[in-house]
Design a protein around this ligand. Structure first.
Ligand SMILES: [Zn+2]
Length: 227
């Protein structure tokens, strides 16, 4: 199989660096004196990784479609998909049993605003609860929780023991939310991603590696509700 290179960059460096951009195209950064044969052999060796990574990126792009708020359309909430329906009320109502989001009749802009406000509120309630629960279990103290609208991050841990969490976490399954909460709380003990950090975090977040993999493969949730 031939794998096409979209961009080949030569740099003064020792090894190769392969990257797949957001369109799924391959970018190769090669050492200055790399020959055609070197480049071909690196790509051959990394073929599996290239194909898999490209597939994940393209799938993510496809899943991240803009919402039209039409009846029957599905929207994510706590790791499940809910169907959109309408009702004669100004507020959003969620039927958890039947997995239906009842929205008020309104224009798209208003609906989006209302829905995001709803998500935000739910995110704050749940994340606060999870943070309090896990900080007790883990024996670490955080000072403040801020709900963020970050572009790339699910969470971060600032100075003075403040924890920032992305409101889009409310779209993900509960065990992934817990995983992120544990991850950020672990930063209060280890301010890096060292082995010790991972060991500490994985004592509380079971199947740590599996959850990290899930996050990589489902990064499109970070792009939702942006348009
Ligand atoms: Zn981290």
């Amino acid at each position: 199989m031939v794998i096409e290179i979209k961009e080949l960059i030569f740099r003064r460096r020792k090894g190769f660096c392969l990257r797949i951009d957001k369109n799924g195209d391959l970018i190769v950064i090669a050492p200055l004196y790399a020959t055609d044969t070197d480049i071909k052999s690196v790509i051959q060796k990394k073929a599996n990784w290239i194909i898999k990574t490209r597939e994940i990126i393209l799938q993510n792009n496809q899943k991240c479609r803009p919402l039209n708020f039409e009846p029957g359309e599905s929207i994510p909430f706590l790791g499940e998909y809910y169907t959109i329906s309408y009702h004669n009320d100004r507020n959003i109502f969620v039927d958890y049993e039947r997995k239906i989001f009842f929205l008020p009749f309104s224009d798209q802009t208003t609906l989006k605003r209302k829905l995001m406000k709803f998500y935000y509120q739910k995110a704050y309630e749940l994340l606060k609860e999870e943070l309090d629960k896990w900080s007790n279990i883990m024996g670490v103290r955080y000072r403040t929780l801020r709900i963020k609208n970050a572009r790339r991050l699910w969470g971060s841990c600032g100075k003075n023991a403040s924890i920032n969490l992305n409101w889009r976490l409310i779209l993900l399954p509960k065990e992934i939310i817990e995983h992120i909460v544990i991850h950020e709380l672990s930063h209060l003990v280890y301010r890096n991603h060292s082995k010790q950090f991972k060991y500490f975090a994985s004592q509380f977040s079971i199947n740590y590696a599996e959850k990290e993999k899930w996050l990589r493969e489902n990064s499109y949730f970070l792009q939702m509700f942006r348009d």
